[in-house]
Design a binder for this molecule. Structure first.
Ligand SMILES: NC(=O)c1ccc[n+]([C@@H]2O[C@H](COP(=O)([O-])OP(=O)(O)OC[C@H]3O[C@@H](n4cnc5c(N)ncnc54)[C@H](O)[C@@H]3O)[C@@H](O)[C@H]2O)c1
Length: 288
């Protein structure tokens, strides 16, 4: 095969990988910290599908330096914003709207609990930290949406997504006060989903993701054991961050226009399992 033909084959392969599902769509992606972050994968896939976006993270995360590599690869910019600070959020949205006009998608991929980080048991919470957990991991979603709502800066049929975890519904003791934050996050999704739907046919959903090795994920006590447990409990195994990013793309696209106010499990089937023969076999083998 000649060099030109080889190149054409490569370009054809690249073209076929992208269906341009997000061509012409613009947005904001919050929460890419490093290449393990779910938001990092989402940014790569959104770009692959023709979408354009600005990246945002807390000023302290920017100082850690890696997000600028992602911005360069995606040919975009990073705008610092602490998602618990309304002035930061207003400035971010002002800049994004100045760059793109109205927006089509927003990813809120933000979570942090000082109590979980510092190993505080749920029965011994520090209440200042509890407030922080709720503000960073749940109320910030309200803050983001209220900013966009008041500015009327979402296009019709836009899509807003946040990431949740099944500890919002079931008890996972080591997930601590993050469980309360996720339950609140999902409630905010329903409540704001109503208002945004009425205002401009904008969708608001959460994706409830499998345990995933990231900075936030692996900060939870016993994460490795739990990851293995969920892997065996789920008929499809744990959903990877790449698969999660694909799913985000589909929910930003026009192929999912009528889904709103939902918490959608993206967990390889974990949420509907009761008992897994694979785990029982493990237990028997350990006893033998
Ligand atoms: N990793 C998992 O096992 C898992 C499972 C289900 C849901 N999630 C959720 O996915 C989302 C993304 O987390 P991740 O696993 O990619 O981890 P991550 O640590 O890569 O991402 C968390 C992000 O939150 C950002 N953040 C923290 N405080 C902030 C603030 N005040 N303002 C703005 N940004 C702030 C961090 O800088 C970081 O980029 C979180 O909501 C998390 O709870 C994660």
């Amino acid at each position: 095969m000649s060099e030109i033909n080889k190149l054409n084959t490569i370009f054809e392969k690249i073209y076929n990988m992208s269906h341009n599902l997000l061509k012409g769509k613009k947005g904001i992606i919050f929460g890419a910290l490093d290449d393990k972050s779910i938001a990092w994968k989402v940014a790569e896939k959104v770009k692959e599908q023709g979408g354009e976006f600005v990246l945002s993270n807390a000023p302290v995360a920017l100082r850690m330096g890696k997000i600028s590599d992602l911005a360069e690869a995606c040919n975009t910019e990073v705008i610092a914003a602490d998602a618990t600070n309304m002035e930061d959020l207003q400035a971010l949205f002002d800049q994004a709207v100045e760059k793109y006009g109205k927006l089509d998608f927003i990813l809120h991929s933000i979570g942090m609990s000082p109590n979980v980080r510092k190993g505080k048991d749920y029965t011994n919470l520090n209440y200042d930290w509890y407030h922080k957990t709720m503000d960073i991991s749940a109320f910030s979603f309200h803050r983001v949406m209220q900013t966009a709502y008041k500015m009327d800066c979402m296009n019709e049929w836009g899509s807003i997504l946040a990431l949740s975890y099944i500890a919002a519904q079931r008890v996972f003791p080591d997930y601590g006060d993050m469980a309360d934050a996720k339950a609140t996050l999902e409630s905010i999704t329903r409540s704001f989903g109503y208002h945004f739907g009425q205002k401009a046919n904008v969708r608001v959903n959460t994706i409830s993701q499998s345990p995933t090795y990231t900075t936030a994920g692996s900060g939870v006590k016993g994460f490795a054991e739990f990851f293995e447990y969920a892997e065996k409990m789920s008929p499809l195994g744990n959903a990877s961050s790449d698969a999660c990013a694909d799913y985000c793309v589909s929910l930003f696209s026009d192929l999912s226009k009528m889904i709103t106010m939902q918490n959608i499990y993206h967990d390889g089937g974990f949420s509907n399992m009761g008992l897994s023969p694979a785990l029982i076999m493990d237990a028997i083998e350990k006893e033998a």
